[in-house]
Design a protein around this ligand. Structure first.
Ligand code: 9WN
Length: 447
């Protein structure tokens, strides 16, 4: 039909635009997170970006993760930023001061913290995409999987060794940036306990100069805290054991925990396919099991919503954020609790809120007093988050839910500007335009 043709045509031109964004942001060895605001490589962005690249060129998708892994620290940590130079982003490599950290590999400059471990999920998706494309692509992807399986296992082992020791059982983070959801209300209580010292070296923010409205970015008070934590880590020479002892910010992050469980299981499955060592596969399954159980245990007994745990104050953190649905990513809940959580996600406080333009969950419930429709991780919708939940739902066999998220995610991003995040009531793109990971997940949705 004519209407059907128009839809196909629109989808094709949106996909073409998404591909163009990835090409435009490509420096050759890495696709920057965005052209102006983030002219470097971010860890979890790179994973999502490689998922999009796989539809254009599987070899290029592999190269993206190779670039990231070439910056992996000797102890296994994948740093959250790989810098392309010292310019144009604050805090840059000099401010991070990681050059003297003994674990940092030679020849690259990086930040000194990590981000959600979504990389094994990207590898899985690249292999699956290649298998649907051609025999040649399949060989490229499978060779790549064999090559990077050990480094990814090493990364997971780093998390298990250094970030899984609390009684709460959740994976701990030492900076809000490690959560990927920087200024989420999830971190209001923990950050209230972070008191920047008078010896915090002065600095000038660059991010606020690069967006239309600085009010859509974290505040200066928040930045003081972000920078103070870096100062503390730098003084500890980025020693991972010392940092988890001393950091003023120490939180069991239920979203990172669930992602880790899901990614560990995914990496174990890939390991079976490529013949990885049985003991290492078993290790991954044990870590997955432990973290899945911890995410399930975090759920509030009355609401069923999953919670973070603030180690410094010894309290569970109740916030109506998207992270409260994390156990749906990895499973592990009793069937009735799980169904209740799905109903909440699909209900009027979340995806079915009557005023949403696209029925995908916002970062914070519009009915929460913490909600702000324009403020970064405090309300806007983030397409990558929708992609992650949708992918996990598909993996769990919830096809209808996965395809609804896909259709609504495309709807959200259909103006083709590939915003960093979106105002939920108008779908106005906010933050950076031409954000690579947004383009990448839209491309994956459309292919
Ligand atoms: C700090 C790159 C990154 C994302 C994060 C997002 C934002 C950085 C910033 O941009 O964080 O790491 O400067 O605000 O919160 O999730 O990886 O896109």
């Amino acid at each position: 039909t004519a209407a059907g043709n128009r839809t196909t045509h629109r989808a094709a031109s949106l996909a073409a635009r998404a591909a163009m964004v990835l090409r435009d942001n490509d420096t050759g060895t890495l696709v920057t997170a965005s052209p102006r605001l983030y002219p470097h490589m971010w860890s979890w962005d790179a994973a999502f970006i490689s998922i999009g690249l796989a539809h254009l060129d599987v070899g290029r998708a592999a190269a993206e993760l190779d670039t990231l892994l070439s910056a992996q620290w000797c102890d296994g940590m994948i740093p959250h930023i790989v810098f392309t130079g010292d310019d144009d982003y604050f805090p840059g490599p000099d401010r991070w001061g990681t050059d003297d950290a003994p674990q940092r590999p030679a020849g690259v400059r990086t930040s000194g913290i990590c981000q959600p471990p979504v990389h094994a999920i990207a590898l899985r998706r690249i292999v699956d995409t290649a298998r649907r494309t051609s025999g040649t692509d399949t060989r490229v992807a499978e060779d790549f999987a064999r090559r990077v399986w050990e480094p990814l296992h090493h990364w997971h082992r780093w998390i298990a060794r250094h970030r899984m020791s609390g009684d709460h059982g959740l994976v701990t983070i030492v900076h809000g940036w490690e959560s990927g959801m920087d200024n989420s209300p999830r971190w209001d209580v923990p950050y209230a306990g972070v008191r920047p010292g008078p010896d915090l070296p002065p600095y000038v923010r660059l991010d606020v100069l690069k967006v239309d409205d600085p009010g859509q970015r974290p505040s200066d008070d928040e930045y003081d805290r972000y920078l103070w934590l870096i100062e503390q880590m730098r003084r500890a020479d980025y020693n991972p054991d010392e940092i988890v002892e001393t950091s003023a910010f120490l939180v069991g992050d239920v979203f990172v925990t669930a992602v880790f469980a899901l990614a560990s299981e995914t990496l174990a499955d890939l390991g079976e396919e490529i013949g990885a060592p049985a003991t290492e596969i078993a290790e991954l399954r044990t870590w997955a099991e432990r973290t899945r159980a911890a995410a399930a245990r975090s759920c509030h007994p009355d609401t069923g919503m999953a919670r973070d745990f603030d180690v410094r104050t010894g309290t569970w953190l109740d916030t109506e954020s998207i992270a409260a649905f994390s156990p749906l990513l990895c499973g592990g809940l009793p069937a009735d609790t799980e169904q209740r959580l799905i109903d909440t996600l699909d209900g009027p406080s979340w995806s079915a809120h009557p005023d949403l333009l696209a029925a995908v969950p916002p970062s914070v419930s519009p009915r929460s007093e913490d909600f702000d429709p324009k403020l970064y991780w405090r309300g806007p919708q983030w397409p990558v988050v929708t992609w992650l939940f949708g992918w996990a739902f598909g993996r769990r066999g919830w096809e209808r839910h996965a395809s609804e998220f896909r259709a609504q995610g495309v709807h959200l991003a259909s103006d083709g500007s590939f915003g960093e995040y979106y105002e939920p009531f108008t779908a106005a793109p906010l933050g950076s335009a031409n954000q690579s990971w947004t383009a990448a997940v839209v491309l994956d949705w459309l292919c």
